[in-house]
Design a protein around this ligand. Structure first.
Ligand SMILES: Nc1ncnc2c1ncn2[C@@H]1O[C@H](COP(=O)(O)OP(=O)(O)O)[C@@H](O)[C@H]1O
Ligand SMILES: [Mg+2]
Length: 338
C-alpha cells in the first residue's frame, strides 16, 4: 500500500509526534508498505537519504526549522500534487493543535483522502475539553465539576476568582481547555495561587478550564472501533501525570490489566465506550479517567490521537490483549480505509 505519514507539526507536542511518527514509520516499512512521511510544519520529508526516519533528537538543526505558523496551503498543495494522487491512506501521528483539532482532518476530507482516526467534527469536540465534558454529563458519565473561562485579556479579574471560590472546593486543577500532554496544567491549593496558574495555562490557550481536583488512581482505556482494550493503570511519583512523567523513561510505571475488580473494569470500559460513541470517535482513541476511593470513575477526556510509540499506553493496552505493535498498526490502517 502507498501510505503518507504525517508527523511533527508546530504544536508543543511536536517531539512526541515525531517519536510516534518514527515508531509507526518503522512498522509500516516492516510491513512492506511504500511510505512517504511529511512534516506539516515545513512540508519537508521526514525520511533521510538512507531511507530511515530522520533522528531529530540527534539532529537539532532539522528540528528547529519548524515555523511558528503552519503553511496549510502548501500542505494542501503537497497532498494534491501528482506524486500523491495514488496515495491509499494518510496515517496521522500528529498530536495537539491543528493536527488533532480537526483542521488537518478537514483538509484531508476535502482532498478526498482516506485517513486514520477521527473525522473533523469528532476531533474538534474531543479537543475541546469543556464541550466534551458537557456531553459526558448529558450521558451521566461522571466528570470533575468544572468552570470554563474564555478570556480575551491577560487580566484575571476578581470576578473570576470569586466565581471559582463559589463553585469549587480547593485544590483545583487549572488547565488549557484544548491542550495535551499535561502542558500548562497546575494543581492549585488556594485562591492566591490562581493567577499564576491562569498565566501558565494562558500561554497555551485563551480558554481556561478549572476542575475540582480528584484524588485517586490514574487509569486509561484504549478503543479501536469495536475493540476495547484492557484498562491500564499509571503510577507516577510526580504529583500529576505530567509531561516529564509521561515521556521520561522510568518516571512512571504501568500496570496492565489494571489491578481493579471486574465491576470497576466493566464500568470503566462501558464509560469509555459511551464517551467514544457520543463524541463520534473513529479508529484508535484513548479515554483518561481518575478512579477515586469510592470507586467513582471520573472521565477527564478522550484523545483522538493517542501516543503511538511502541511504549505508549494504547499500544501497551493492545499488547495485553495479544495484539502486537505491527498488528495494531495494520488494524488502524484497515480502520482508516473504511
Ligand atoms: N481534575 C483532575 N483531578 C486530578 N488530576 C487531574 C485532573 N485533571 C487533570 N489531572 C492530571 O493531569 C493530567 C492531564 O490531564 P488531562 O485532562 O488528561 O489533559 P491532557 O490533555 O494534557 O492529557 C491527568 O492525567 C492527571 O494526572
Ligand atoms: Mg490526558
Amino acid at each position: 500500500m502507498k501510505i503518507l505519514l504525517l508527523a511533527g507539526g508546530i504544536s508543543k507536542e511536536r517531539q512526541v509526534s515525531l517519536d510516534s511518527g518514527k515508531s509507526v514509520f518503522e512498522s509500516l516499512i516492516r510491513q512492506e508498505h511504500t511510505v512517504f512521511a511529511i512534516d506539516p510544519a515545513n512540508n519537508k520529508s521526514l525520511v533521510g537519504n538512507d531511507n530511515l526516519f530522520i533522528d531529530f533528537k540527534n539532529n537539532n538543526s532539522a528540528n528547529s526549522t519548524s515555523p511558528k505558523k503552519s503553511d496549510l496551503r502548501s500542505l494542501a498543495n503537497t497532498i494534491g500534487s501528482p506524486g500523491f494522487h495514488d496515495i491509499d491512506l494518510v496515517f496521522i501521528t500528529l498530536h495537539g493543535g491543528i493536527g488533532e483539532n480537526g483542521t488537518i482532518q478537514s483538509l484531508l476530507s476535502l482532498a478526498e483522502k482516506h485517513y486514520t482516526g477521527s473525522n473533523m467534527i469528532a476531533s474538534a469536540i474531543a479537543m475541546d475539553k469543556a464541550i466534551s465534558k458537557s456531553l459526558f454529563k448529558s450521558e451521566s458519565i461522571p466528570t470533575p465539576v468544572w468552570s470554563l473561562f474564555r478570556l480575551n485579556t491577560e487580566e484575571i479579574s476578581n470576578e473570576i476568582i470569586n466565581s471559582i471560590k463559589e463553585t469549587h472546593t480547593f485544590p483545583v486543577i487549572v488547565k488549557p481547555n484544548d491542550g495535551g500532554s499535561t502542558l500548562g496544567i497546575s494543581k492549585v491549593s488556594s485562591p492566591e495561587e490562581l493567577i499564576k496558574a491562569f498565566e501558565k495555562a494562558l500561554t497555551d490557550s485563551p480558554n481556561i478550564l478549572v476542575e475540582d481536583f480528584i484524588s485517586g488512581r490514574e487509569l486509561t482505556v484504549a478503543i479501536l472501533d469495536e475493540h476495547i482494550f484492557p484498562v491500564v493503570e499509571i503510577k507516577t511519583s510526580n504529583e500529576l501525570y505530567d509531561y516529564q512523567a509521561k515521556y521520561t523513561h522510568g518516571k512512571s510505571t504501568y500496570i496492565v490489566p489494571a489491578d481493579i475488580d471486574s465491576d470497576t473494569t466493566k464500568e470503566l470500559q462501558d464509560s469509555a465506550r459511551k464517551v467514544y460513541d457520543i463524541i463520534g470517535a473513529a479508529g484508535m482513541a484513548r479515554i483518561d479517567f481518575i478512579l477515586d476511593e469510592k470507586t467513582n470513575c471520573y472521565c477527564l477526556e478522550l484523545n483522538t490521537l493517542p501516543g503511538m510509540t511502541d511504549l505508549s499506553l494504547a499500544p501497551m493496552a493492545a499488547k495485553a490483549s495479544g495484539i502486537d505493535f505491527d498488528k495494531l498498526i495494520g488494524m488502524i490502517i484497515e480502520s482508516g480505509l473504511k
